[in-house]
Design a protein around this ligand. Structure first.
Ligand SMILES: [Zn+2]
Length: 163
């Protein structure tokens, strides 16, 4: 727990969050879940380092392959990134998955999903970002619905969020 606190403290010092600038901390990603009724959206944002393993423009065929594979994982395995309780029968459909350049040295990966559940979410949501992308250690998760607003820091996939 101490290590976690020290790490987030350092991150704040190194990357102060300005008005338009987001934190860009390698190893740390963000997941935003917004719901209205049984429908919603899920957004995932991470430094490309945590998802792809590098942030430079891919040049070789091997590098391009690594990028394609990582983005494919986001497209096809969204339900392993955010694991909704089986009782709610939620379905995640990817809308867009892309890489944004952030200046000459950094890049961000952004994935956007539509969410549709058959029943209200009454138990915990789990996360699998580190399992899918081992370089991603920490995920700052926020959940917003008409009934609740919660945020939680998930370290190495440990922890859950109950709406
Ligand atoms: Zn970076």
């Amino acid at each position: 727990m101490k290590i976690v606190l020290v790490m987030s403290f350092c991150a704040t010092l190194l990357f102060p969050q300005g008005k338009s600038q987001k934190a860009h901390v390698h190893g740390s990603a963000e997941i935003k879940i917004a719901m209205e009724g049984l429908k919603g959206e899920v957004e995932f944002e991470s430094p490309a380092d945590g998802v792809i393993g590098f942030e430079s423009e891919p040049k070789t065929a091997a590098q391009k392959q690594v990028v394609t594979a990582a983005l494919d994982t986001l497209r096809k395995r969204g339900s392993e990134l955010v694991i909704f309780p089986a009782s709610s029968a939620c379905k995640l459909t990817h809308k867009e998955v892309e890489v944004h350049r952030e200046g000459p040295q950094h890049a961000e990966v952004h994935a956007h999903y539509d969410l549709a559940c058959a029943k209200p979410i009454t138990s915990e949501i789990k996360f699998g970002a580190t399992k899918l992308f081992p370089r991603t250690r920490e995920v700052k998760v926020t959940f917003v619905s008409e009934k609740s607003q919660k945020s939680v820091n998930i370290i190495s996939d440990a922890g859950t969020l109950k709406p």
